[in-house]
Ligand binder design. Sequence first.
Ligand SMILES: O=c1ccn([C@@H]2O[C@H](COP(=O)(O)O)[C@@H](O)[C@H]2O)c(=O)[nH]1
Length: 233
Amino acid sequence: MAAPIAVAIDAPDIETAARWASSVAPHVSTVKVGLELYLRYGPEVITTMRGANRVALFLDLKLHDIPATVAGAARAVARLKPSILTVHAAGGRDMIRAAVEAAPDTRIAAVTVLTSLEDAALEEVGLRGPASDAARRLAVLAVESGARALVCSPHEAASLRAEVGPDITLITPGVRPQGAEKGDQARVATPEEALAAGADLLVIGRPITRAADPGAAAASIAGALRRAEATSA
Ligand SMILES: O=c1ccn([C@@H]2O[C@H](COP(=O)(O)O)[C@@H](O)[C@H]2O)c(=O)[nH]1
């Protein structure tokens, strides 16, 4: 079975994106298209990502606007049938609900607190911290507003799982295999730690896509997850 990994295909061009997607697709459940590719290529990139790859498509647009605008945007991309579409939980109840209603066949995932933010950075943008508290408040609000998935760091996965129960999909970026560079990520954990904390889907980008052989990097992380699961069973 493919590992519960969404590879962040943050590529500068569609040819590179297609190459990365086809090399990781045999090993992972999902590929994630974000702002860089979607703003450059639009729906064409979704068709290319699907190609011959049997993977779910995660559209990470992090919508954040007034409810009517988000509803329109969610409706516009719903026809592409992504399995997951992100919105920012900080957009509020009405905005989240508008996205959920506009894209009934897509799982709306609410981003709680970006994994690049440290506690100090939260204060600067006016969010009452620490990050774990802010993530919990936003998670509850998002689920009450109809979101069926949450994006959080692996650090918050266990407490959010306790808060929202087993039916909500927890998606964790900020995942770094032992020894990998953190880059601009702040709240990070290893793939095994994220899974043990209760994450359903691990978002991993650069540790896979910047490897000399992205397919081999994805296969290696998938294998480590399988071994960790077997040990904990
Ligand atoms: O809080 C968030 C929400 C989304 N992301 C996205 O995940 C990937 C992470 O890529 P890495 O290369 O593994 O850092 C990227 O596409 C982000 O836009 C996030 O990192 N944090």
